[in-house]
Design a protein around this ligand. Structure first.
Ligand SMILES: Nc1ncnc2c1ncn2[C@@H]1O[C@H](COP(=O)(O)OP(=O)(O)OP(=O)(O)O)[C@@H](O)[C@H]1O
Length: 221
């Protein structure tokens, strides 16, 4: 997997834990250096820091998903897919409830991040024709919800103005199921931290028993 790394991926430090200096200036300088090369993701250990690029980057596609699927978290450059994959596989191996917490100020990219994670699961989880229909409905519900619940603000042209909770269940073969559930203990897996905490989104995995598990998203502003 080391071969998948390019010189560009090595701009700055990929994990803030490895920074020589633990000052705000060093942190921001590394973030800036990476951002100048469109490297919007950087780890702090198992946390993922993301900077909104405000432009389409060619890093969200099936090819990238395949690269990150089932690969150890730190083997590849930081990516939202690595985080999604890690949560999914930890859920499978530990049979525990997990969630990914996404936080950041308005316009930081929380909603987009949650969509990327959902897309990753939609593509990478085992499926059937029936489940594909459910999956497509789940993904297509976003624009409908946004049509009613989003508004243009000074900080974000498409700002979520409502709390949102989506719950996706998995069956014994870890395929997405079509019913909603809110029970089951949940284990916090990850904080996706942006620079301030005004709104937050949560992707939640929950396993009720060894035959079913679920994932939910929550986005509060
Ligand atoms: N990864 C990304 N790649 C490209 N553009 C992005 C990305 N993330 C966010 N954006 C852009 O930034 C805009 C704001 O992002 P988003 O709506 O996700 O912010 P938010 O943190 O959910 O804001 P709010 O709390 O106001 O709802 C998006 O409409 C999109 O144009």
């Amino acid at each position: 997997m080391e071969g998948a790394l390019t010189a560009r991926d090595r701009v700055g430090i990929q994990d803030f834990v490895l920074l020589d200096e633990t000052t705000e200036a060093a942190f921001l300088s590394n973030l800036k250096k990476r951002f100048s090369k469109d490297l919007i993701y950087t780890y702090i250990g198992t946390l993922l820091v993301s900077v909104n690029p405000y432009k389409e980057l060619d890093i969200y596609n099936k090819k990238q998903m395949d690269i990150y699927m089932g690969v150890n978290f730190f083997e590849l450059p930081p990516h939202i897919y690595a985080l999604a994959d890690n949560a999914y596989h930890t859920m499978l191996t530990e049979f525990n409830n997990h969630f990914i917490l996404i936080s950041g100020e308005s316009g930081a990219g929380k909603t987009e991040a949650s969509k990327k994670i959902l897309q990753y699961y939609a593509v990478s989880c085992p499926s059937t024709t029936l489940l594909n229909t459910v999956r497509d409905k789940m993904l297509m519900s976003n624009p409908v919800l946004e049509a009613f619940g989003n508004a243009k603000t000074l900080k974000n042209d498409n700002s979520s103005r409502f709390g949102k909770y989506m719950d996706i269940q998995f069956d014994g073969q870890v395929r997405i199921k079509c019913w909603i559930h809110r029970k089951g203990k949940k284990l916090s897996l990850l904080l996706f931290g942006a620079l301030s905490v005004v709104g937050c989104g949560v992707i939640i995995f929950a396993i009720e028993d060894k035959k079913s598990c679920s994932m939910g998203t929550n986005n509060i502003t």
